[in-house]
Design a protein around this ligand. Structure first.
Ligand SMILES: Nc1ncnc2c1ncn2[C@@H]1O[C@H](COP(=O)(O)OP(=O)(O)O)[C@@H](O)[C@H]1O
Ligand SMILES: [Mg+2]
Length: 348
C-alpha cells in the first residue's frame, strides 16, 4: 500500500489501561462521537510537552475490527469494468490510500494509520470536526434532524457580518454557506485529484467551529484515477442518495462525476427539507424505483434559485446534470456576498 508522505503508518500498537484511562499508543481515548456500518469513531487526546510548554492535541480516531471486515466479501468492478473479488478490509486500505492524497481545508485530514498484523483493530488518527455531522436521520419521526450547533453558528456568523438576506428563509441561507464550500470541495476532488467520493450524504459532511469549514469525510467507496473515459459498473454508497443510473447499470457503464453531483443535490435538498427527494417509508428499494421513474417534486417553499438548482442537479440524465464548477456559478450560490469575499472574511 502506498500511503505517500502525508500519512504516517505506525505498525506498532500498544494498548494501555491506567485506572480509568485508556490509551492507544500515545492517544488517550475518550467518548464515542460517531459510528458507521463497520466503524466506531472516538475523541482522543495526545498530550505532550515541548520546550517546557504543555500541549493537548485533540483528534478523532476511527477504529475498525479487521476480522469482521475480512469476512465481508463483495464483487467489485475496476475502472475498466473488470470484475474482482474484494473484502471490506481491502476497501479500508483503498480509503486510506486515497485519503492521503487529499490536502484541502474542506476535508477531514488523515494523519496516521495505526495497524499491526497481530492486532485485530486498526485505528485512523484524523482531524476532528468538533460539531460533527450536518444532520442525523430520526427513524421515528422519519426526518433528518439538523445539527443545531452548526445551524446556530452559521446564522449568527452571517448576522454578525451583516450578511443575512431579507425575504429568504434562514435554512436556505445556512445551506448556501455550507453547500457552497461543499461544491468547492467536490470541484477540488473531481478536477484536481481526479477522484470521486461516491458517498456524499448528510452523515459524511461534518463541520468544524474552529475554522467555520465544511469537512467532507468517509472515503470507503471512493475511486481515484478517474479519466475522461472512465466508466463505472457497480453501485456503491447509500441508496437514497445515489443517482438513478447506478441502480440498474446499462451496458457500457456510467460516468463517475455526475453521480457525485446527484448525491450533492440530494444532500442539499435533504438539508433544507429534512427529507430526501423521492422518499418512501417503504424502504430503499422503493426510493430507488422512485428516483428512476417519478418526476422530481420540489417543495413550493424553496426559493426560485434553489428550485432551479434542484431541477438541474436532480435531473435523471447524467449528461444534463450540472458539474461542480457549474454548480458553484449557479445563481443560488452567487446570491448574497460573492464567494471570494466570504473567504476573506473567514480568514480574518
Ligand atoms: N473526524 C471526525 N470528526 C468528528 N466526527 C467524525 C469524524 N469522523 C467521523 N465522525 C463521525 O462518525 C461517523 C462515522 O464515520 P465515517 O468515517 O463516516 O464511518 P463509516 O465509513 O463507517 O460510515 C460520521 O458520520 C460522523 O458522525
Ligand atoms: Mg459514513
Amino acid at each position: 500500500m502506498d500511503l505517500g508522505k502525508s500519512v504516517y503508518w505506525n505498525d506498532e500498537v500498544k494498548i494501555r489501561i491506567e485506572g480509568e484511562k485508556k490509551y492507544v499508543n500515545e492517544f488517550q481515548v475518550f467518548e464515542r462521537i460517531g459510528r458507521g456500518a463497520y466503524s466506531k469513531v472516538k475523541r482522543v487526546v495526545r498530550e505532550y510537552t515541548d520546550n517546557g510548554q504543555h500541549f493537548q492535541d485533540v483528534y478523532a480516531m476511527k477504529m475498525m475490527h479487521k476480522p469482521t471486515l475480512v469476512k465481508e466479501r463483495a464483487l467489485r468492478y475496476d475502472n475498466n469494468g473488470q470484475m474482482e473479488m474484494i473484502n471490506n478490509l481491502d476497501k479500508v486500505y483503498n480509503e486510506i490510500e486515497l485519503w492521503g492524497r487529499i490536502n484541502h481545508a474542506f476535508f477531514i485530514k488523515i494523519y496516521e494509520l495505526i495497524d499491526a498484523d497481530e492486532h485485530d483493530y486498526l485505528y485512523l488518527i484524523l482531524e476532528i470536526a468538533d460539531l460533527g455531522q450536518l444532520a442525523s436521520w430520526d427513524y421515528k419521526q422519519e426526518l433528518y434532524i439538523r445539527n443545531q450547533a452548526i445551524f446556530d453558528l452559521v446564522i449568527n456568523w452571517l448576522g454578525e457580518n451583516g450578511l443575512v438576506q431579507e425575504g429568504i428563509s434562514e435554512v436556505e441561507q445556512v445551506a448556501r454557506f455550507i453547500f457552497r464550500q461543499l461544491a468547492e470541495a467536490v470541484h477540488y476532488l473531481h478536477e484536481e485529484l481526479k477522484m470521486i467520493h461516491r458517498d456524499i450524504k448528510l452523515d459524511n459532511i461534518l463541520f468544524s467551529s474552529k475554522d467555520m469549514r465544511v469537512k467532507l469525510t468517509d472515503f470507503t467507496v471512493s475511486r481515484g484515477d478517474i479519466g475522461d473515459d472512465t466508466r463505472l459498473f457497480d453501485s456503491e454508497g447509500t441508496p437514497s442518495f445515489t443517482a438513478p443510473e447506478c441502480h440498474i447499470v446499462e451496458e457500457g457503464g456510467y460516468k463517475p462525476k455526475p453521480t457525485d453531483m446527484w448525491s450533492f443535490g440530494v444532500s442539499l435538498y435533504a438539508y433544507v427539507q429534512q427529507i430526501v427527494p423521492f422518499y418512501s417509508s417503504g424502504g430503499e428499494l422503493e426510493m430507488q424505483i422512485n428516483a428512476r421513474t417519478k418526476e422530481l417534486e420540489i417543495p413550493p417553499t424553496f426559493s426560485p434559485e434553489l428550485k432551479d438548482l434542484m431541477s438541474k442537479l436532480l435531473t435523471k440524465d447524467p449528461d444534463a446534470r450540472l458539474s461542480a464548477a457549474e454548480t458553484l456559478y449557479h445563481p443560488f450560490f452567487q446570491m448574497g456576498l460573492p464567494p471570494a469575499e466570504i473567504d476573506q472574511l473567514l480568514q480574518q
